[in-house]
Design a protein around this ligand. Structure first.
Ligand code: RM4
Ligand code: MN
Ligand code: MN
Length: 430
């Protein structure tokens, strides 16, 4: 990594300021875990190896349907966005990959972009196509759908866009295309529900056929929005049916925010693991209808329960390595702070899940001891793993206190000087 955006001296100062306190807390946790038969070092190593990709659109300030309140020094293009992503990575050490969105991140020189990323210690995760908006110069509109549109010419255009995304992804070194469409209906009767799904299968078959050998197609479901009555790929059932129809490279992607409140997402994860089709996650949190709040900010227990299923599957020897990505929109915080914080929250859930005494859990489950089984899970969830997370960051040269280092760095103020504000009005999804 040649380009350093946060002064290394600041990180050294952060380590010096927090080392003694961290050593103390770490030693206490080490003793506690040793009593439980857990070697803390194995957990630190696992956490240090854990990565979660950043969505390029996550470093811009988001908005709601009602308004967007731009922050200072917002990234102007994908090069600026990569700078911001590199800062997140420097702070938390867990986010070396970036997921692009085309056309939002279009540039005329993707080879240069790859080098630019590499110089900042970054590489590229799944590439995302976008057929939920019209872009300048596009001949046909997606107002009434894209891959499932009633007009075959629109479907062709949408397929062609996805093929172009694959070509771009190949130049960048991506290994997956994420397919999320906004297609659906606002009125009962507007769309033939069965035929729309058939058209989806037809269009996605053409995309699947163009996938390079070592690529995956990640199919992302979402229950509603922008379509408010019916979404073509509405749920994990539709997603799984499509993946199974397409072939082994087609996998389901679970965006946590794309479910109705109270849906048992860990159960969905268990089912997709069973089917061998869990391809990846978009981590975020939600309370009502929003799908892009910071991971772990509302319901950290749910995040833990999802990781519990993943670790359990690993424990049982199921082959599965789902891609991890954040997918958030930051309306009122500095996106860099939110992303670094969210990466840590995802790591926290992972570390807690690694602490579950699975032998004991299996024992209580077998005896139908509901209370003891629940307590076994809760014991792992309520363990304060902060010293483990901080130790992993310290060892990787990231910050022990990422937000403090970031604020001391003055990075945003520097950006505000070099990136002139653009004038916006109205709302915006990201
Ligand atoms: C969608 C979905 C996709 C994301 C877009 C911006 O709700 O989560 O993954 O690419 O938003
Ligand atoms: Mn998503
Ligand atoms: Mn979403």
């Amino acid at each position: 990594m040649d380009t350093v955006l946060i002064d290394r001296d600041l990180i050294a100062a952060d380590h010096a300021a927090h080392a003694a306190e961290l050593d103390d807390d770490f030693a206490a946790l080490e003793r506690q875990l040793a009593r439980r038969g857990i070697a803390i070092e194995t957990i630190v190593e696992a956490v240090a190896a854990f990565e979660v990709a950043i969505p390029s659109w996550g470093v811009g300030t988001g908005g709601t349907r009602f308004a967007r309140f731009p922050g200072p020094g917002e990234p102007r293009d994908i090069f600026d966005k990569l700078d911001d992503c590199a800062v997140v990575q420097q702070l938390c050490g867990a986010t070396p990959e970036v997921s692009l969105h085309i056309p939002w991140d279009r540039t005329d020189d993707f080879a240069r972009l790859r080098v630019y990323a590499h110089e900042r210690g970054l590489s590229f995760a799944a590439i995302n196509s976008n057929t939920f908006q019209d872009s300048a110069g596009q001949p046909l509109s997606y107002k009434f759908g894209s891959l499932t549109h009633t007009d075959p010419a629109v479907r062709r255009q949408a397929v062609e866009h996805n093929l172009e995304c694959i070509r771009i992804g190949e130049q960048l070194g991506s290994k997956a295309l994420t397919l999320w469409i906004g297609d659906g209906a606002n009125f009962p009767g507007q769309q033939h529900l069965a035929r729309a799904f058939e058209r989806y299968l037809d269009s996605s078959t053409a995309i699947y056929a163009a996938l390079p050998e070592d690529w995956n197609l990640l199919i992302e479901h979402k229950l509603y929005e922008p379509a408010f009555y019916a979404t073509v790929i509405q749920d994990w059932g539709s997603s799984l049916l499509a993946a199974q129809a397409l072939g082994p490279k087609a996998q389901c992607l679970v965006d946590l925010g794309h479910h109705a409140p109270n849906v048992n997402i860990e159960m969905i994860v268990a089912r997709l693991l069973h089917a061998g089709r869990l391809g990846g996650f978009h981590f975020n949190d939600s309370k009502y209808g929003d799908d892009d709040l910071d991971a772990g900010s509302i319901d950290p227990f749910r995040l833990f329960l999802i990781f519990n299923e993943l670790i359990d599957a690993r424990w049982r020897g199921l082959p599965s390595a789902p891609a991890h990505m954040l997918d958030q929109s930051h309306n009122i915080t500095d996106p860099i702070e939110s992303l670094a914080g969210s990466a840590v929250e995802v790591q926290r859930a992972y570390a807690q899940a690694l602490l579950v005494d699975r032998q004991q859990l299996a024992h209580w489950q077998q005896r139908n001891d509901a209370l003891r089984a629940a307590q076994t899970l809760k014991r792992a969830f309520t363990t304060d793993v902060q010293p483990i997370l901080a130790r992993a960051r310290q060892r990787k040269g990231a910050a022990i206190d990422p937000v403090a280092v970031y604020r001391d760095s003055g990075y945003r103020a520097r950006c505000a000087r070099t990136r002139p504000a653009r004038v916006f009005s109205g709302g915006g999804i990201v």
